[in-house]
Design a protein around this ligand. Structure first.
Ligand code: HXC
Length: 257
């Protein structure tokens, strides 16, 4: 088909990326993930864009990696191509990214959502790592990111039984930042992204870097890293503008400098 795998839409300072394989519930084949990573990488590099939203369809954010594409592969094909390596590049981007999840976020779909900085879920969302049902296990960070998000008990429960979590359980467990009515999920995520994009882009990127350090370091090192970053933002014009605007009782105009 000539339909693009990913629809790319600029809404002001936000780039909205919509997975577009509805006939396959947005199953993530290699071409789709390559297109998604390329589009997000372009947004990261674009000074006019302050945040990215990744979404799917009403029925499925993404029902996983494409099982039909993977089914016949053998070990050497997986190893030689380092299957999924390119997906990881999403997590190296510095621009804030929100996953807007309606319907199924399963397997690689759940892992994609977890690679974003936070998840806004429709009240119809279903999260799961059902790979065990296929004789495999999560392959794009699910065993690590789900465990960090929801803790060992629920991660083990989901990954070993393959059961799904609904939106409420996902929010209660810390996987999801907000639940909204399913029809509003894209608008709510775009609005949140617009709020982020109205800030200083470099400072937002630095703040994201600080939070992510919490997953890589001990508390003392993490707090020290934060303090160094805090000192560093006093080299920006945006810090001067933000604090001057507060004192003058006006809205700051950040220049991304
Ligand atoms: C390929 C998929 C697919 C997938 C759905 N489809 N998920 N194709 N890969 N992951 C296709 C179906 O084959 C079907 O195509 C069409 O989408 C509609 O799906 P149905 O199953 O008919 O829909 P429904 O009955 O509503 O069931 C929805 C569902 C089910 C519960 C989400 O589709 C499902 O269980 N999907 C697989 C979920 C899964 O196991 N995900 C993990 C994948 S492994 P046709 O042509 O028949 O109409 C994985 C590994 C991760 O992600 C490793 C790192 C990335």
């Amino acid at each position: 088909t000539s339909e693009p795998n990913v629809l790319i839409e600029k809404r002001g300072r936000v780039t909205l990326l919509t997975l577009n394989r509805p006939h396959a519930l947005n199953a993530l084949n290699e071409a789709t993930m390559n297109d998604l990573v390329a589009a997000a990488t372009a947004a990261d590099a674009d000074p006019e864009v302050g945040a990215v939203v990744i979404t799917g369809s009403a029925k499925a954010f993404a029902a996983g990696a494409d099982i039909k594409e993977m089914a016949a592969k053998d070990y050497m094909e997986m190893y030689s191509s380092d299957w999924f390596r390119n997906w990881e590049n999403l997590t190296r981007l510095r621009i804030p990214m929100i996953a807007a999840v309606s319907g199924f976020a399963l397997g690689g779909g759940c892992e994609l959502a977890m690679m974003c900085d936070f998840i806004i879920a429709g009240d119809n969302a279903k999260f799961g790592q059902p790979e065990i049902n296929l004789g495999v296990l999560p392959g794009m960070g699910g065993s690590q990111r789900l465990t960090r998000a929801v803790g060992k008990a629920k991660a083990m429960d989901m990954i070993l039984t393959g059961r799904m979590m609904n939106a409420e359980e996902a929010e209660r467990s810390g996987l999801v930042a907000r639940i909204v009515p399913a029809d509003d999920v894209v608008e709510e995520a775009v609005q949140a992204a617009e709020v982020i994009a109205s800030k200083s882009k470099p400072v937002a990127m630095i703040a994201k870097e600080a939070v992510n350090a919490a997953f890589e370091t001990g508390l003392v090192q993490g707090v020290l890293f934060e303090r160094r970053l805090f000192h560093s933002v006093f080299a920006t014009e945006d810090q001067k503008e933000g604090m001057a605007a507060f004192v003058d009782k006006r809205t700051p105009e950040f220049k991304n400098r």
